[in-house]
Design a binder for this molecule. Structure first.
Ligand SMILES: [Fe+2]
Length: 211
């Protein structure tokens, strides 16, 4: 799989452009900011975008959704219960961030779906706790998880924002750690790319999961 990482905006959010090796159809995960940079790369690579996938709707993950969707014509997949946030971004964006353009989701996900997009099979996993509707996108053939703000290299997502809940987040993390092979690559919404096995072994926040 070909994964291009674009760390964008003031919160340094990771947007990913992903496709099968050599494919000319791709997906964009969490276009959080800097739409011109993301679109420029897509153009330079000569890619068509089949879908825009959102893990959750905190502003740092969705700030570029509207311009990227408009330029690519790709449908936007949004966690179902967070659709109102995407549709009214600035009501949920603290100053001084923005302005960002709102967007009405084209498709909704809530976990349990299997999507077939850009020649890839993608399973949607419900992973709440950091936000109430948060989902993780799993590509089993590639042993890859696009997990937004659930699990980070050496850390975990914050749970002090509206709709966040610590025990719920830990159960979501447990579901990923126990439900996927340890060599699974984790592409998180912030900071470095890691694996489930590395986090299970070294992440201090995961000691609570120890058997
Ligand atoms: Fe977030």
């Amino acid at each position: 799989m070909d994964v291009r990482t674009f760390t964008v905006g003031q919160i340094a959010e990771n947007c990913f452009v992903i496709r099968r090796d050599g494919a000319d159809r791709a997906l964009i995960v969490d276009p959080g900011d800097e739409p011109d940079r993301i679109l420029g790369a897509v153009d330079e690579l000569g890619l068509g975008i089949d879908a825009i996938l959102l893990t959750h709707t905190h502003f740092d993950h969705i700030g570029a959704v509207a311009p990227v969707a408009e330029a690519t014509g790709a449908p936007v997949y949004c966690p179902e219960i967070e659709v109102p946030v995407l549709a009214n971004i600035m009501s949920f964006t603290p100053p001084p961030f923005g302005p960002f353009e709102s967007y009405d989701a084209d498709e909704t996900v809530s976990g349990g779906e299997r999507l077939e997009l850009a020649g890839m099979e993608i399973d949607v996993v419900f992973t709440p706790g950091h936000s109430p509707g948060h989902v993780t996108y799993s590509i089993p053939d590639e042993r890859a998880l696009f997990s937004g703000d659930v699990l980070f290299q050496g850390s975990i997502g914050r749970t002090d924002l509206p709709g966040g809940d610590g025990p719920t987040l830990m159960e979501s993390i447990r579901g990923l750690v126990e439900g996927f092979p340890e060599e699974t690559t984790v592409y998180p919404g912030h900071m470095g790319i890691t694996t489930l096995g590395a986090e299970r072994a070294t992440n201090p926040f995961l000691t609570a999961l120890a058997r």
